[in-house]
Ligand binder design. Structure first.
Ligand SMILES: Nc1nc2c(ncn2[C@@H]2O[C@H](COP(=O)(O)OP(=O)(O)OP(=O)(O)O)[C@@H](O)[C@H]2O)c(=O)[nH]1
Ligand SMILES: [Mg+2]
Length: 297
């Protein structure tokens, strides 16, 4: 049987729904999602295997102008994904979308053009439009850029247009043998996903600078034959003043965060866990290259 296999990079501005789409395409929650921009910081891999194809999706951080060393590394992940990809899904949000020129700056246009790879415009959040017809003028404005091979309106949350999108990707997917075993959903390890799930709660439960100033490090990850697994994680903050905010009065907020995170971690691992959280200050870690390296960036 003819088999197809390849990499599909999902790129675009922050908050357009790239991670939601990755999860929809793989059918499991792998990539963390929040209503705040810049949730994704690294490349997240999700694999979908069907009888005749294997698509390896690469979720990436939203494209931004770097203000910190952290942002520079995040944008490197976008570049790597573009380089690795066989197909590039460029995603926009049909509600907050702007003129193509504002989203696809000259620098981005150059980058996309120079790859020579098929570019698919994915128009997300159509469930928020009063009428699906309203995507047509948006498609028209993007068609003028002459960058895209196809235009696919979807709703990643309502799972609308996903089959259509898969068909389009399949059309451009190279003929090749599968790279991974059929049951593989990701190439990243459990430590990564556990840290991400904790970070997701920081994005959902805290406000203003806190989600952006925090990082999560898994210190211990003990898998036990019998009984609960033991996970010890550090929440890293940038300033001394942020530590009491994370903890909350009498440690109530971090306790709540731990409970919510633990439930998600248990669902992800299919395993009961004992989760211990500590808060540590690492001054200005977002601008510290060696610290970023230590955090796995
Ligand atoms: N109504 C609606 N909301 C959506 C849809 N897709 C995603 N969202 C919401 O948009 C927000 C951002 O989604 P994410 O998947 O985190 O977006 P992202 O592009 O990965 O964002 P970054 O990682 O910050 O770049 C979340 O609140 C999602 O629930 C959709 O199809 N319709
Ligand atoms: Mg994301």
């Amino acid at each position: 049987m003819d088999r197809h296999c390849g990499y599909v990079a999902l790129i675009g501005a922050p908050n357009v729904g790239k991670s939601t789409l990755l999860n929809a395409l793989v059918g499991v929650k792998l990539s963390i999602v929040s209503p705040k921009p810049q949730t994704t910081r690294k490349r997240v891999v999700g694999v979908r295997t069907e009888e005749n194809y294997q698509m390896i999706f690469l979720d990436t951080p939203g494209i931004i102008d770097p203000k910190y060393e952290l942002h520079k590394v995040m944008m490197q992940y976008v570049d790597y994904a573009i380089q690795e990809a066989d197909i590039i899904g460029f995603m926009i949000d049909v509600v907050t979308h702007k003129e193509p020129k504002e989203i696809i700056t000259n620098a981005i246009e150059e980058k996309l053009k120079s790859t020579g790879k098929p570019l698919i415009l994915v128009l997300n959040k159509i469930d928020l439009l009063e009428s699906t017809k309203l995507v047509l003028p948006i498609i028209d404005s993007y068609a003028k850029t002459e960058l895209f091979k196809e235009y696919v309106p979807i709703s990643a949350t309502k799972l609308a247009g996903i089959d259509e999108l898969l068909k389009v990707f399949m059309h451009y997917l190279p003929r090749a043998e599968f790279l991974y075993d059929e049951e593989i959903l990701s190439t990243q390890n459990e430590r990564f996903f556990v840290a991400e799930l904790i970070r997701e709660k920081l994005f959902k439960m805290y406000r203003e600078e806190i989600p952006y100033s925090t990082e999560v490090q898994i210190v211990e990850f003990v898998e036990r034959q019998k009984g609960k697994w033991y996970i010890n994680a550090e929440i890293i903050v940038e300033k001394d003043t942020q530590k009491p905010i994370i903890l909350g009065a009498g440690g109530t907020r971090i306790k709540k965060l731990g409970e919510v995170a633990r439930k998600d971690i248990e669902a992800h691992l299919g395993q009961q866990v004992y989760l211990e959280l500590f808060v540590k200050v690492r001054k200005n870690w977002r601008n510290n290259k060696s610290m970023l390296k230590f955090f796995g960036y």
